[in-house]
Design a protein around this ligand. Structure first.
Ligand code: 5MM
Length: 340
């Protein structure tokens, strides 16, 4: 195992006030986002959109790493440079999503199991040769009356740990993403209990698979009330619940926690990250960073709308969200960022 390389890469990804940009939407997810805005769902449009993102001037000031999808990993700019090379030249670490999606879990109605372990070692070797230095795998857990079940949590946690071990074997930092979904009417307390249970099982399995914790990043959800819960929480309540929960489950050896945004608005994601850093930053063993997809990309996607003429304005919108999240990492984000 390339221990020191893994440790260095993981630390670099959460250094200073930077974070990760997730642009690893699978083709169906990317097409869904395009369809909502009337953008044609073709490979060329997806390429154009991703070229707009990776060529954003100054992106590396706030983005340490970008998570790509297999299609994107193999694409080039119109000028002929691979997206991977564009990122490396800009000083951004390329990463890759390596799960093949969350599928219905047999005998577990309403629950998902993430697939992708078959042939994973060979795929990881290829991605590493192509320039990736980290890899991501997402498991999802829906909160319902009887879910998530213990067997769903165990099976997904074990698969996350097996993927993480394979990543470290080839020199890729695993970004371990167990996502407890926001959909539902559950309370903040329920989300906290489920998130803690999931994270404890994930770390038990990571230990069992002998994963080196200094060479991973965790990409969890925030602890939030369900979207349709009548009692919503303010940013400080979310910050307290999230950090209290993480402290029960995430070992100090982990260098960083890079949150997903999960469908929160871009502004709320920044506000809540900011509240956590203001209230806890100096007292935590791990960095509190971001690995957002929608909360960084959505405003830019809406401005771009499939038109080359809008690319420069879309890049400015992307940079704006990056700067907001950098400020949130420093605990300096406030309303004035949204008025400029
Ligand atoms: C939860 O999704 C991840 C973070 O994105 P958000 O910040 O928008 O929540 C993201 O990396 C995710 O894995 C992809 O966007 C969706 O991938 P699939 O495989 O569902 O297309």
């Amino acid at each position: 195992m390339k221990t020191q390389t893994l440790i260095n890469t993981a630390s670099e990804l959460v250094a200073a006030d930077k974070g990760l940009l997730a642009m690893d939407e699978s083709t169906p997810t990317c097409n869904k986002r395009f369809a909502a805005l009337g953008i044609p769902q073709t490979e060329e449009m997806r390429r154009d959109y991703r070229e707009m993102i990776v060529t954003t001037p100054g992106l590396s000031a706030g983005i340490s790493g970008v998570i790509l999808y297999d299609e994107t990993m193999r694409q080039k700019t119109k000028a002929g440079a691979s997206f991977v090379q564009v990122l490396v030249d800009a000083g951004i670490i390329p990463g890759i999503k390596v799960d093949t999606g969350a599928k219905d879990m047999a005998t577990h109605p309403g629950e998902k199991i993430t697939e992708g372990l078959d042939g994973l070692r060979e795929r990881l070797i290829e991605y590493h040769e192509m320039g990736a230095r980290f890899a991501k795998w997402r498991a999802v857990f829906a909160i319902g009356e009887d879910t998530p079940s213990q067997s769903c949590i165990e099976a997904n946690a074990q698969d996350l740990a097996r993927y993480a071990a394979l990543c470290q074997e080839v020199g890729l930092v695993p970004v371990v993403e167990p996502e407890v979904l926001m959909e539902g009417s559950h309370t903040l307390e329920k989300c906290s209990a489920v998130t803690e249970e999931v994270l404890q099982e994930v770390f038990a399995q990571l230990y069992a698979q002998r994963v080196m914790l200094e060479g991973i990043l965790l990409k969890p959800n925030l602890v939030l009330p369900g979207k349709s819960c009548l009692q919503q929480a303010n940013a400080n309540e979310v910050a307290d619940a999230t950090v209290t929960c993480l402290l029960q489950a995430v070992p100090a050896a982990v260098p960083g926690v890079a949150f997903l945004s999960g469908g929160q608005s871009a502004e709320l994601a920044s506000l809540r990250l900011n509240a956590m850093n203001i209230r806890f930053k100096s007292r935590l063993p791990w960095e509190l960073a971001f690995s957002f997809a929608r909360a960084i990309q959505q405003p830019a996607l809406e401005i771009w709308a499939g038109q080359l003429a809008n690319a420069a304005a879309a890049q400015q919108a992307l940079l704006h969200r990056v700067r907001c999240n950098q400020a949130a990492r420093r605990g300096e984000y406030n309303d004035s960022y949204e008025q400029s």
